[in-house]
Design a binder for this molecule. Structure first.
Ligand code: AMP
Ligand code: GLY
Length: 422
């Protein structure tokens, strides 16, 4: 089978490494991929948002199965376009990907179907939003409606910060069209959990839970990033909480999407906050999380392609999906200065013996040399019987990977370990 994976980061590398294990797979193409995954897939210089070129490539290369991983092409309808040409795909159609593509859509969906989430108001008029903020409870959370590269959420500690956030989105158009409509919502507190779930629209199968570390600095200091490391499972997510989530969030969401005529097939990501009033949805993503995938998929014991095809064929109920009961930790190595300014082009050295544990996100080939080519450069994942061992083993991997100006957090998993001691 010839497989095409749309996307080019560490998440896609983790998907590719798993897909490669299936004996029926003869070739994997990554569009665009990156130089760091060239040993695992054939990288093709087609951007993940260039849907006509993606479809053309799939047809001319007789692709048997396509996996669309990032949010943009999903929201733009890559799956619809590929399916129209008869290419089976993993990923939701645009009408379902809107669950991530529009926060207004997802908030209204949750309200309509009584799925627990933060209280909120929607505004498309800046003056009204500012007026509302004069009396709204503080802190508050201001969110751009549309996709904003993970930067469209501002937690405002003061009224002024909230008003500034509204102005930057609605007046200065910091996120373009994505910020023309905004959501202002209640600030919630509690541990965060990421749960990715396979669903074919009939059955929902949650994967092992995970914990992201979004801030750039140790002890969650500094700016938000695309994610600086992950651990799985997330110790806050007990079997009892998982049961509550299944009944009050996962199944109701799948049913709600069906009732709206927007059946969701693919990987649905539930960003949850475990509040004192029970688990609530912070966000939905229409795809695998990054870097959650880099700890979740290594723990998957069943064949990923088989599970994905079962999602496509709507036979998930009859398909085994088994996760190891071990723990995993992924430490992201970034370029110093990320998430703002950073330099690229430093030569990377990843020893061959540990290459299987490394998921490359931002690198390019220059002849034989691999050079850094992004803010987040790679993730190193280790699996072990306990979380403590997995953390130590992933930092040991990191210590063997070399490139100039490398930066990484030293405390990935520390909070999870503390939670286990409590
Ligand atoms: P998002 O881009 O939706 O993932 O939001 C980024 C981060 O903002 C989340 O991971 C949370 O840490 C935080 N966040 C979003 N919404 C809320 C909320 N209502 N209350 C508290 N924190 C929030
Ligand atoms: N790790 C968060 C995300 O993928 O959106």
């Amino acid at each position: 089978m010839k497989i095409m994976v749309v996307g080019g980061g560490g998440r896609e590398h983790a998907i590719i490494k798993k897909i490669k294990l299936n004996k029926n797979v003869s070739e994997i193409f990554a569009l665009p991929g990156n130089g760091g995954m060239a040993k695992d897939a054939t990288c093709v210089d087609i951007g993940a948002k260039d849907i006509p070129a993606i479809v053309e490539f799939a047809l001319s290369n007789k692709i048997d199965y396509a996996i669309v991983a990032p949010d943009d092409p999903l929201v733009l309808g890559a799956v619809d376009a590929l399916e129209e040409k008869g290419i089976p795909c993993f990923g939701p159609r645009a009408c379902a990907a809107i669950i991530e593509g529009s926060k207004v859509f997802s908030k209204n969906l949750m309200k309509k179907y009584n799925i627990p989430t933060a209280q909120y108001e929607v505004f498309d008029d800046m003056e009204k939003a500012i007026k509302y903020l004069e009396t709204a409870p503080i802190p508050t959370v201001v969110k751009a409606d549309g996709l904003a590269l993970g930067k469209g959420v501002i937690i405002a500690e003061t009224r002024k910060e909230a008003i500034d956030a509204v102005k930057s989105m609605m007046q200065d158009k910091a996120f373009g069209k994505s910020g023309e409509t905004i959501v202002i919502e209640e600030f919630l507190t509690g541990p965060e959990v990421s749960v990715l779930a396979f669903t074919d629209g009939k059955t929902v199968v949650p994967m092992v839970s995970s914990m992201d570390h979004k801030r750039i600095g140790d002890n969650d200091a500094g700016l938000n990033t695309g994610g600086m490391g992950t651990v799985a499972p997330n110790p806050y997510y007990t079997a009892e909480i998982a049961d509550v989530c299944m009944k009050t969030i996962f199944v109701p969401t799948i049913e709600a999407m069906n009732k709206e005529g927007r059946t969701f097939k693919g990987c649905l990501y539930f960003g949850l906050m475990l509040t004192q009033n029970g688990p609530k949805v912070i966000e939905y993503n229409c795809r695998f999380g990054d870097p959650e995938t880099q700890v979740v998929l290594p723990l998957l014991e069943t064949d990923l392609l088989t599970v994905m095809q079962a999602v496509t064929n709507e036979t998930l109920a009859d398909t085994e999906v088994k996760f190891s009961d071990k723990s995993a930790c992924c430490v992201i190595m970034a370029s110093k200065g990320y998430p703002t300014d950073y330099e690229k082009g430093f030569e990377m050295d990843i020893p061959d013996e540990i290459a299987d544990n490394v998921y490359v996100a931002g690198a390019k080939l220059d002849g034989e040399k691999l050079l850094t080519n992004g803010g987040r450069v790679l993730g190193a994942t280790a699996i072990a019987s306990t979380l403590d061992e997995a953390i130590k083993a992933s930092y040991s991997l990191v210590s063997r990977i070399k490139f100039d100006n490398a930066y990484y957090r030293r405390d990935i998993g520390a909070k999870a370990l503390r939670a286990m001691e409590d």
